[in-house]
Design a protein around this ligand. Structure first.
Ligand SMILES: Nc1ncnc2c1ncn2[C@@H]1O[C@H](COP(=O)(O)OP(=O)(O)O)[C@@H](O)[C@H]1O
Ligand SMILES: [Mg+2]
Length: 274
């Protein structure tokens, strides 16, 4: 499920001095640290330029906070998703904080609107994601558990369980598009049913202006979509549409609203096809 609440942001100077010193020791003194406005949940998100002119993407959060737990998850999953995500180059823990330094990905935020050339690139990336394997001991969130407090038909939640690595937040800000589409922000990485990445993309396509029928036609280019039991997909559509209605009721973020509407549109499309 996507995350829509914003965390207060800090800049490099706002980090605890012990963390900054540890980073300087490991990575070197930054020539420049430019905070990035996009994104939502991590206190520091920035482009970090080293003394020798290399650019890194860094994010940092205090241990024990929600963002800190999410950052630890990103660190744990990073070695297994490099086929579709930036490489994690360094991780520093000091002064009660954690900082991750990733390979910088040139590119722009994805465009999911009708006819966008980013869509075929996304399909390739999602196909790559579908083929990834991640050892059992990597602490991904069991996807079916994420829904347990919202799902209207909890006894069917097992339909969402499975072995596949799920990104779960493929909104356009978490995709950098250059020569390929690269998935960033694995904060909510989960393990679950194979069709979920494809379905989440379909909802994003609808939120970006596609008709549900056309979004599903695009999704059907993915093996994970084609192999899914339609009854499981129906259950997921019912779950996201009802759970998000509850969870996002008070959110004013335009993307949250668009996703909420998209999920209603998607479930009614499936109902009408039924
Ligand atoms: N490796 C990267 N290279 C370049 N820009 C990135 C990279 N990773 C993320 N970004 C940009 O930074 C923004 C925030 O990063 P993200 O990991 O999504 O943080 P948050 O958890 O705060 O949403 C992204 O929306 C994207 O625009
Ligand atoms: Mg993000």
């Amino acid at each position: 499920m996507a995350e829509f609440t914003r965390t207060a942001r800090v800049d490099w100077e706002g980090l605890p001095s012990g963390l900054r010193e540890a980073v300087v020791e490991r990575i070197g003194s930054p020539a420049k640290v430019e905070t990035i406005d996009e994104g939502r949940r991590t206190p520091l998100v920035a482009a970090f330029t080293t003394g020798s002119g290399d650019r890194l993407f860094v994010k940092a959060a205090p241990d024990g906070t929600r963002a800190g737990v999410q950052l630890a998850r990103e660190q744990a999953v990073a070695p297994y998703v490099t086929a579709v995500a930036p490489e994690l180059l360094d991780a520093v823990q000091a002064d009660g904080w954690r900082l991750l330094a990733f390979e910088w990905v040139d590119g722009t935020r994805a465009n999911y609107m009708i006819g966008s050339p980013d869509i075929p690139l996304l399909l390739e990336t999602l196909d790559g994601l579908d083929r990834l394997a991640c050892p059992e001991d990597v602490p991904l969130i069991p996807f079916e558990k994420r829904w347990s407090s919202y799902a209207p038909a909890g006894r069917e939640l097992d339909r969402l369980a499975g072995p596949t690595v799920l990104h779960t937040d493929v909104n356009p800000t978490n995709v950098r598009v250059g020569p390929s589409a690269v998935l960033v922000d694995w904060a909510a990485a989960s393990r679950g049913a194979r069709f979920v990445n494809a379905c989440d993309f379909v909802v994003c396509l609808i939120a970006s202006g596609h008709k549900a029928r056309d979004a599903e036609a695009i999704g059907s280019e993915l093996g994970a979509w084609c192999d899914a039991d339609p009854l499981d997909v129906d259950y997921y559509a019912r779950t996201v549409s009802t759970a998000w209605l509850h969870a996002f009721w008070n959110l004013t973020n335009p993307w949250a609203k668009a996703v909420l509407r998209a999920s209603q549109c998607w479930v009614m499309h499936r109902y009408d096809q039924g």
